[in-house]
Design a protein around this ligand. Sequence first.
Ligand SMILES: CC(=O)CC(=O)SCCNC(=O)CCNC(=O)[C@H](O)C(C)(C)COP(=O)(O)OP(=O)(O)OC[C@H]1O[C@@H](n2cnc3c(N)ncnc32)[C@H](O)[C@@H]1OP(=O)(O)O
Ligand SMILES: NC(=O)C1=CN([C@@H]2O[C@H](COP(=O)(O)OP(=O)(O)OC[C@H]3O[C@@H](n4cnc5c(N)ncnc54)[C@H](OP(=O)(O)O)[C@@H]3O)[C@@H](O)[C@H]2O)C=CC1
Length: 291
Amino acid sequence: MTIERVGVVGAGQMGNGIAHVFSLAGYEVVMTDVSAEALDKAVALIERNLDRQVAKGAATEDEKASAMGRISTTPTLTDLGSCDLIIEAATEREAVKTAIFEELVPHLAPHTILTSNTSSISITRLASRTDRPEKFMGFHFMNPVPVMQLVELIRGIATDEETFRACFEVVERLGKTAATSEDFPAFIVNRILMPMINEAVYTLYEGVGSVSSIDTSLKLGANHPMGPLELADFIGLDTCLAIMNVLHDGLADTKYRPCPLLTKYVEAGWLGRKTKRGFYDYRGETPVPTR
Ligand SMILES: CC(=O)CC(=O)SCCNC(=O)CCNC(=O)[C@H](O)C(C)(C)COP(=O)(O)OP(=O)(O)OC[C@H]1O[C@@H](n2cnc3c(N)ncnc32)[C@H](O)[C@@H]1OP(=O)(O)O
Ligand SMILES: NC(=O)C1=CN([C@@H]2O[C@H](COP(=O)(O)OP(=O)(O)OC[C@H]3O[C@@H](n4cnc5c(N)ncnc54)[C@H](OP(=O)(O)O)[C@@H]3O)[C@@H](O)[C@H]2O)C=CC1
């Protein structure tokens, strides 16, 4: 099947990156969000990130202008009904995602493939809340989307081969690499990455090290590009906690117990970079550790 028009639901840090890479690869993109401000911010951010690529010689001014011309925004979710492929990238809460699918489904063309960028939630369960479990998949990008090479593709129990092939071909046209994961809590990347981040928070909670010593240790001692607490702030502490809860509930093993300190940061609304405070305070010139 031919995919030309792509709908993106949620214009946060993942939604803007997803719209960016699809438009640069020549797809028409329609992006929606509950917040008009988020849509405006996303378009401005895509333009800034494309400028960065132009400055580095990774894209030309013409490619940038055509990519920007292929992106439109709408506050109305049901305007996405005519898209060939939809990628839901709203907040990591199952109730939010199912409400989106339930509102969208009556407006979809019969051929539309519905996907979720969820970091952890059961694809089979999300699919079961739609009219098309066979045309439903997990399409999981990594952050920052324009930079990271991987896309995890997750089939639900009912996903058909045609849908999988179509999504696989899209990943190739984006110039990215697909890895396939079975549909179990948090799939592959987050099944491995998030317990490491949670353990870093326990290391902080138990006073084994400060924020700086933990991040410096993993950056210089294990060659990670970002320390685990810096990475947690980058991903969003609400998303990290949501993923740990899915692992804990879904696999019923205490080794996935979210660290109480992670819960406390989220309760404070200190969600990391997106709220300017998390394990670091980003309100000044340079990030300052908060513990
Ligand atoms: C939670 C989930 O469900 C799954 C996930 O996504 S888990 C998170 C996965 N992501 C990671 O682990 C990221 C780890 N961090 C990194 O790889 C690096 O720190 C980083 C790529 C983000 C930044 O690298 P850096 O060397 O410190 O910064 P910088 O030199 O400014 O940027 C490197 C490149 O990325 C680009 N870049 C950085 N941030 C960007 C962004 N937000 N958008 C677009 N481009 C960006 C830069 O333009 C630069 O491009 P070139 O290589 O073409 O020059
Ligand atoms: N952060 C990361 O590193 C990664 C995240 N993901 C996944 O991507 C998804 C999005 O995460 P991320 O971009 O970080 O989150 P953000 O919080 O940055 O963005 C989520 C966006 O969705 C909006 N939203 C909430 N409810 C709705 C709705 N009903 N309809 C449309 N938009 C809505 C939010 O608006 P408002 O703020 O007004 O509520 C916000 O703008 C999640 O499923 C997450 O797990 C996947 C890979 C990496």
